[in-house]
Structures are given as structure tokens and as C-alpha cells.
Design a protein around this ligand. Sequence first.
Ligand SMILES: [Zn+2]
Ligand SMILES: [Zn+2]
Length: 155
Amino acid sequence: MKIRIASLQNGLNNLQETILPVKLDLDEQIFRWPVVVDIIADKRVGKIIVDIEARTEGEFICDRCGEPFLVGVGDRYEVIFIQRESPLPGEIPGDDLRTYSPVQDELDLTTEVRDAVLLSVPLKLLCRDDCRGLCQHCGANLNIETCRCEINIKN
Ligand SMILES: [Zn+2]
Ligand SMILES: [Zn+2]
């Protein structure tokens, strides 16, 4: 996703775009729906402060029961672009502070939008907080059925 610097007015600019996950290099097996991106770009003298909010849904596999489930993911991400003749040493896309040159046409926000989505994916993926998982003996999904193992073990 790119924004044209010349199209920004001084002060606040609101932009919205819907982007296909494949264009953000996101895994299409997980992210099957478009990413909705809201941007507030604050253009000042010599710098542009970009506030990105990206939202979508991902289909993940539950860590406990192995069933697929949907999760809303997304977050906000702020990056400040400073006008300089050349980038800072070691500067890479995804840094909080970026450089844009006086002759540059566009700001490329692809990495920032992707990070806003990926960094919000929960570390522990559960279809629901009280997912009961699979029976360790017979493999039954205990969310949808009650197996007889526990009864048999007790006996
Ligand atoms: Zn589960
Ligand atoms: Zn069982």
C-alpha cells in the first residue's frame, strides 16, 4: 500500500483502502478476507506522521482441539517519516522513524500494514477460552462430544 505525497494536504488527511492479503505478502491460507486500512497522515513541514490502523480476520487452528476458527486481528501502527537527503544508516521498512527524500513520490506502507496485522495475532490460539480440547485416549473433540474414556478409566 502506497500513499502519494503530492496528494496530501498540509495537516490531517484521512485515507481508507481495502487491500487483498496477497498484496501484503500475508499467508492466504490464513488471511482469506481483505485487510481494511484506515490511515491518518499528518503532513507538516519536513515530516509526515502516519497513523495506520489495519483490520482483518484470520482463520487459525486451535492449539487445543485442532479445529479451525476465525479471529479478528489488527492493530494500530505509527510511523514518522522525516524528510532527509538520504536514509539513516541501517534504516529498514518497519522502523518507527523513516526517511523520505525531497524528490520521492510515494510512501510505501506495505511492511507497516503487514506488521500491524501479524503482530496482533495472539501467541496462544484457542477457539474459545474454555476449549476442552481432544481426549488424549480416543481423540474425541470434547467440545462437541463426551467420550467414555474417563468413565472407563475410573472403573
Ligand atoms: Zn479449540
Ligand atoms: Zn476418549
